[in-house]
Structure formats: C-alpha cells, structure tokens
Design a protein around this ligand. Sequence first.
Ligand code: LLP
Length: 438
Amino acid sequence: MWSPAISFEKGSLAVSGLSARQLAKEFGTPTFFIDEDHFRARAAAWARSLESHFGASAGEVYYAAKAFICIDIARWIKEEGIGIDVCTGGELAVALAGGIDPKKIEVHGNNKSLAEIDRAVSVGVKTIVIDSLYEIERVAASAAKHGVRQGVLLRLTPGVQAHTHESISTAHEDVKFGFSIASGAASAAVAQVLQHSCLELRGFHCHVGSQIFGTDSFELAATRIIALMKSVKNEHGIELPELDLGGGYAIAYLPGDVTVEPEDVLPSLSAVVKRECAAAGLALPIISIEPGRNIVGPTTFTLYEVGTVKEVLLEDGRTRRYISVDGGMSDNIRTSLYDAKYFAVLADRTSDAPSALSRVVGKHCETGDIVIRDIELPADIAPGDLLATPATGAYGRSMASNYNHVPRPPVVAIRNGKARVIVRRENEADLLALDVKE
Ligand code: LLP
C-alpha cells in the first residue's frame, strides 16, 4: 500500500531516506508528499499492459486529471507519453500549461460550457466525449466555426451497477451522465452525430464507477457497448473504431487491501472484448482507458501534526481518544463524503505503548470533520507527534477546500532523495485575495 520509496527506518517513516521529522521541519504540516518515481511507474505500467494485451488496438491511457493534477504532474504525464482526461476548462488549462499535446487530451463533462467547448475545439483536442443531445449541436457549431472536423465519442450508460459507493457509481440508468443504451437514447445520439459532417464519430465511452475491484462490471459494460457497435454497423453501415472503457480501478487504503494492478484486469478484459467483437463480426476497436485514482492514489501520503488529544467516555464504558490533527475535512473530505476508510501511522517515532481506540479528527468547526473514524493507535500519542495517512493521492488535494478559511496544503514531490514543492501552501494573502476590499 505504501510507495516503494516509503519505509520505516529506526521506527519512523522515511521516504527516500528523508525522515518524516525532517520533511515536517522543511515543509510544515499538513503536507501531501508524492513519490514521483512511483507515479511515473504506475502510469507506465498501465500503458505497457494495455499495449501488451491489445497490441495494435491499444489506444491511450488517459490519466484522469480529476484525481489530482498540477503543472508538474502534467509534465510527468507528457514525459511518460500517456494522455490525459480533463473534465473542465480548468483541468484543460493545467494540462496545456504542462505542455501536454492537445492530441493526447480527451475532454469530458456532462455540462461543458460553450466557452469550454470552444477552447477545446480551438486548441485541437483529440476527443470530446459528448454527454447530451444539446452538446452534439454545441460541439458541431464550434467545429464548424473553427473549420475543423472534431473527433468525438459518445458517453454511454450501459445499465451496469458498479459495486462501490453510490456517489461514485456512474453507469446505471438513473444518473446524469451519458446516453442510456437500454432506452434507445444512445442509438438516437449516434444518428444525430452522423448528421454533422464536422463531427467524426469515433466510438463510445463508458465509465462504470470508481474504486472498483474485480472485472465483472467492466466486462459487462464492454459487452453491452460492443452489441451496440454491432447494431450501429447494421443500421448505418459503419464500424466505429474506438472504445474507451473509462477508469475506476481500485486501490488499497487499509492494511490488507490490495491495489488493483493492470495485469490483474487487462488480461481478462481484453479476452472479453476480443471474444465479443469476434462474435459480433467486428474488427477489434482501439481500446482506451482512464485510470486516475489507481495511478496517483498509492503514491502519496499526508503528513499531519497532532495538536490536541482528548479522552471521551463512551456510553458502553469504553474510552475513545480524539486525536486532532492540523488539517481535516479541508484536505480529506472523502471520509465524511463517502465514509471512506483510511489508515494512519505514528510517523516520527516508535511507541511501545498499548494501542487505544482512537478517532483522528481535524481542526474544523464540525463534528463530521473526521479523517479516520475508528483506528487503534498507540495510547501515548501526544501533541507534537506526526501522523501519516497513506494513499491520499487521489481526490485528496483535488477535492480540498478552504472551509473555515484554512489554507490548502502544499504538494511536495520526492525523487532520488530530494524533495521539492510542486504546489505551494496557501497563505493568508491567498485567503484574502478574492475579497473586494473597497
Ligand atoms: N473517467 C471518467 C469519465 C470519470 O468520471 C472518472 C472519475 C475517471 C475516469 C477516473 O476514475 P478513477 O480511476 O479515479 O476511479 N471523488 C470520488 C471519485 C469520483 C470519480 C469521478 N469520476 C472519490 O473521491 O472517490
């Protein structure tokens, strides 16, 4: 679950030889630390595995920027040669600022603004994933205005119930995303796109959900979409050349969890896609994927300093230790939002103290400001100790807020024993910067 570079040396956490205490001293807390080599290796592993299982039909690995993006990471993505999936104009701006070739960019969003569509078309992104009938007309109008033929995919909901938290399950029928296959909406959208000569319908996209273990839901989605590709061929006489199966591959958050690796899923996924295409009499389309969490999640941990500790007597006679850290729901909203589970370790020293039922909470003015609801931690944890929570790379900093006017933490990349800030800490001036003062 930890990055390979992260280890316990003499009982305290160290990354590439840098101790948690040193890191806290130099960069302050809370801080997100990302292992750059691990990020790069995970990105490259997905690309290699896609290539090895789909051969000439291997498309792009589009890193899902929503998990976490900044300019430096956009550069790593460029250097690793993979693509990027952006879902807002802001994410597109970061990708471009990082020098990513627009031909490696895919644009998502269920409610892209006209300005976002126009920017994407005008910079020449490879693909816009269309999410509604309105958007077909909007993208077509923008492509016509710029005199280009824009590559598009249609986002589909294949009626698959992914086994994950409801808020991050995205391909069943009752969702805001995409066109339903079952209701005929997808077929109608195909017909509508084909009326526009300035749109190049390259195929379909589907994202079944997030933090998914196993391959069943991906395979069922692929099977249903390939059946639709066959009916498109029968009806319109065209074979759509591309299928993007989205992201969603799960990672380990707790000891004992196992992060999904590309070789755990792509062999069976490729077998199902090949089998279904052969049965449908279709050539194998280009297959793309969009892992976000799986690439960045395991590479990062958050380092907090403990501020106060309080013992609370529970109704059943037990005692719970409330360990308050110097961040909370503003840097990790996932516990309150999805009941997500995290783990924490005492990062700056060893302890022989017995473990005690603990709750790691933040500094926000809210009872729900919980980082870890229940965890056994050494009973001698005290103010000034450092706590590290692993696997916070995905949807941690990217969903961070300024709630209670708390400055968002920095992101520090570690490589070859050197740590450098890639996103600086917000300061009081940042917090006041948007207020109109006259
Ligand atoms: N592609 C599309 C179209 C998506 O909507 C998403 C995630 C991904 C790829 C990447 O999914 P991943 O591989 O990271 O699971 N904030 C939630 C996750 C929301 C994901 C939304 N879409 C969380 O913290 O769990």
